[in-house]
Design a binder for this molecule. Structure first.
Ligand SMILES: *Cc1c(COP(=O)(O)O)cnc(C)c1O
Length: 363
């Protein structure tokens, strides 16, 4: 926490705004909108997953529709497709950003159009904070008229040329879950290009009540609005977002500098114009065996590290889904490791971590 969160939470108690609406919800949304230099409209929701679900609803995704999703991601990117009875189609990553491959995306869309089932939406992800190739993806999205849901859950504070991640797609989503770069313990947001879209989202997530003295509903609603108490935490967190990004980028720089002489280990540099919040510092080892050796050596010292996200096409729950692959994300999963990446790691912590890694690499 940054320090001012409790004051906003106290305000919610003092004013008795213990509800999924109130001054903190509005204030938090305004703070996020200001971060995006007021070019977008933000709706604060109960989670990033809820935001993806609502984004798909707003884009008109229905039962049996097909939706393309980056395979290399956390399951929450894809699960809302299933909530709607729609069909996920998984697309592999390219090597420069580890995100959805423009070539494979276009191949997938052409294939589905030939089948008479043009994808209703494309879910692209800025994994680990690294922006996806937004220009290429946008061009394809516009060429085939298939809108992009931009999963920016891991990329608040990242930037693609002049634009901040979260504002690159037709609808962007953010997460404030406990493990993200800033947190409200649990929470998320939808980033909209128009006020009408935001209004529609807020209507849907507050049970879709029509205007009437009684309870009148002409649509299926959801209970996905953010609590005014948690939004107070978010207001305080927005004040330290920039510090958190710099701390995470500092971790990444420490690791890359300390391990630069070891040819077995590689990191993902930022392509020209790409700015990553380095939510997690990830490295690639030379083999699955080496990755496991390092992971287990860290675990023996009670230091947690984790393999990269296991791609959705390799997950039992999604094993029957159609996919367009070239082996990239499976390879990244096999050889990749997320290193400790908290914003509060000390130089001593970082030094002990790299010492253990160096011991293995020097053998
Ligand atoms: C965390 C995360 C989500 C889901 O956000 P929640 O707020 O936890 O529901 C979605 N996509 C990605 C890539 C994530 O990392």
């Amino acid at each position: 926490m940054g320090g001012t969160e409790q004051e906003y939470v106290q305000e919610a108690f003092d004013t008795n705004w213990i509800a999924p609406l109130g001054p903190n919800v509005n204030g938090f949304e305004q703070a996020i909108e200001a971060f995006y230099t007021n070019k977008v409209h933000v709706a604060a929701l109960s989670s990033g997953t809820a935001a993806i679900h609502m984004a798909l609803v707003l884009l008109g995704v229905k039962k049996n529709d097909e939706v393309i999703c980056q395979s290399f991601t956390f399951s929450a990117s894809a699960n809302p497709i299933e909530y709607l009875g729609a069909r996920p189609i998984f697309v592999d990553s390219e090597r420069e950003t580890w995100n959805i491959s423009p070539e494979l995306l276009e191949e997938a869309i052409i294939n589905r159009i030939a089948n008479g089932t043009k994808p209703k939406a494309i879910i692209a992800v800025h994994l680990y904070g690294m922006p996806y190739k937004a220009k290429e993806i946008k061009e394809i999205s516009e060429r085939y008229n298939s809108p992009v849901v931009e999963d920016s859950a891991e990329a608040l504070g990242s930037q693609y040329f002049d634009d901040k991640c979260g504002s690159l797609g037709n609808i962007g989503i953010l997460s404030f879950n406990g493990n993200k770069i800033i947190t409200t313990s649990g929470g998320g947001a939808m980033v909209c290009n128009s006020l009408d879209h935001k209004k529609e989202a807020v209507h849907l997530v507050t049970q879709a009540r029509d205007i009437a003295p009684h309870y009148e509903h002409s649509k299926v609603g959801y209970n996905y609005r953010m609590s005014n108490v948690l939004a107070g935490i978010g207001r305080g967190q927005m004040e330290v977002l920039n510090d958190r990004v710099l701390a995470r980028r500092g971790n990444y720089e420490f690791y890359t500098e300390a391990l630069k002489e070891y040819n077995d280990i590689t990191f993902l540099p930022e392509p020209e114009g790409f700015y990553s919040n380095r939510w997690l510092s990830c490295m690639l080892t030379s083999s699955f065996e080496q990755r496991e050796e390092i992971r287990l050596a860290l675990a023996a010292e009670e230091i947690e590290s984790r393999p990269l996200w296991k791609p959705m096409h390799d997950q039992p729950v999604y094993s029957k889904c159609m996919n367009f692959l070239d082996g990239t994300s499976s390879d990244l999963f096999n050889r990749g490791l997320c290193l400790p990446s908290g914003s509060n790691l000390s130089k001593d912590d970082l030094n002990s971590i790299v010492t253990i890694i160096k011991n293995i690499l020097s053998k």
